[in-house]
Design a protein around this ligand. Structure first.
Ligand SMILES: Cc1ncc(COP(=O)(O)O)c(C=O)c1O
Length: 389
């Protein structure tokens, strides 16, 4: 990426990363090098890096036992581990039309292969919030075994009223899985107080870690039910031909992405600095301003623009009369602005928003390092495109 580029695709993966993250990855690759839990040279350093990161993640999400946290390679990997590990033939899953294909595709495949049933509750296209009446009614009348909830949408950016929805799901005795991909790192989450049973999140988006990092949380009372679909060497209990039953080994077969985990640990440490706090403050000011100013551009419609306070910083819009992909290409080629256009791997969300057949939306997702000037340039660029067409 050249220095003139304005990167507004942090919902895909955050860029740049804090400087200490690059240093940690580099140091790990050059000086430590060892694999986790394999007893090779330097393995103690590897183990302490992984333990430190696991503790930091547990603390971040309020998990009492760090062993309930397992490393994954991204959120998709974690969602697959959790869904395939938890669901059994005949189960009924209740989820929402906000879900990313990382939830929808494994569920649809399991529906075909295991004859589970899946219901999708829609959201209100103006507020971006799940239809609580329909959600409550299905929970009450059909007692789903698993409820899968999106914490914040990668299309609208809107944070869902999780505590209210989880209360309803729990009163129907459902297990609750949360996809925290767009929210963890932006919105505080405590798995104990919220009673989240299962959580999947990336390390490489809002948390600022490297690509190839992610994690899952599994409530201790569910460890026994979890089956790992990724079996293999864990560096522990090598005399056994059975997959370890204990977390986190249960879900951590094969060598971990240790350089990535070293970077993620530094990214989590960086969140305690004044630099982070200052950038966060700027972001809290920037996002509502971006939504407000973009909405003022003629022919531009920002999805769920009224719910500014609930937006994690994922701003989707469309321009009347111009294909979203065309807008993105012009933003990139004429203004050096990197963003994403289309359905963002969430076709059901676009169906609910009414943007599926018109090619989806253009999505701007600023990051912590996005400057005010870059926001100004993005709004100016959209205005220029609108007036030229
Ligand atoms: C809501 C949501 N779920 C899951 C994913 C998949 O995340 P990953 O890229 O870490 O696999 C994304 C990615 O953008 C997402 O936005």
């Amino acid at each position: 990426m050249n220095s003139a580029t304005i990167y507004l695709d942090n919902a895909t993966t955050s860029f740049p990363k804090p400087e200490t993250v690059y240093e940690a990855v580099d140091t790990y690759q050059r000086r430590t090098g060892a694999a986790f839990a394999r007893g090779t040279h330097g393995s103690e350093s590897a183990d302490s890096v992984a333990d430190r990161c696991r503790h930091q993640l547990a603390q971040l999400i309020g998990a009492q036992d760090p062993r309930s946290v397992a490393f994954t390679f991204n959120a998709t990997d974690g969602l697959n581990l959790l869904l395939r590990g938890m669901l059994r033939s005949g189960d009924h899953v209740l989820t929402t039309t906000l879900e990313h294909n990382s939830v929808v595709r494994p569920l649809e495949q399991l529906a075909d292969r295991l004859s589970i049933t899946v219901d999708y509750v829609p959201f209100d296209s103006a507020s971006g919030v799940i239809d609580s009446n329909q959600f409550e009614q299905i929970c009450r009348t059909q007692s789903p075994s698993l409820v899968v909830l999106n914490m914040a949408s990668n299309v609208t950016g809107i944070v869902q009223p999780l505590s209210q929805m989880i209360r309803v799901a729990k009163s129907a005795a459902a297990t609750v899985l949360v996809d925290g991909s767009q929210a963890v790192g932006h919105v505080p989450l405590n798995v104990e107080t919220l009673e989240v049973d299962l959580l999947a999140a990336p390390g490489h988006k809002a948390l600022g870690g490297p690509l190839g990092t992610g994690f899952v949380y599994v409530r201790p009372s569910l460890h026994d039910r979890m089956i790992s679909f990724r079996c293999g060497g864990t560096g522990t209990d090598s005399s056994s031909v059975q997959q370890p039953a204990l977390m986190p080994e249960l879900l951590e077969s094969g060598n971990l992405n240790m350089p990535g985990i070293a970077g993620l640990a530094e990214a989590l440490t960086w969140r305690n600095t004044d630099e982070f706090r200052n950038l966060l403050e700027r972001r809290h000011r920037q996002i509502p301003e971006l939504i407000r100013r973009l909405s003022e551009v003629p022919r531009v419609t920002v999805c769920c623009e009224g719910s500014v306070d609930q937006n994690v910083g994922v701003v989707s819009f469309f321009v009347e009369g111009i294909d979203p992909h065309e807008v993105a290409v012009i933003l990139s080629q004429s203004f050096g602005i990197q963003c994403r256009a289309g359905l963002h791997c969430a076709p059901l969300a676009h169906r609910t928003l009414g943007t599926e057949s018109s090619g989806g939306t253009i999505r701007l997702s600023p990051g912590l390092f996005t400057t005010d000037d870059e926001i100004d340039q993005a709004i100016h660029a959209v205005s220029q495109i609108v007036s030229a067409y």
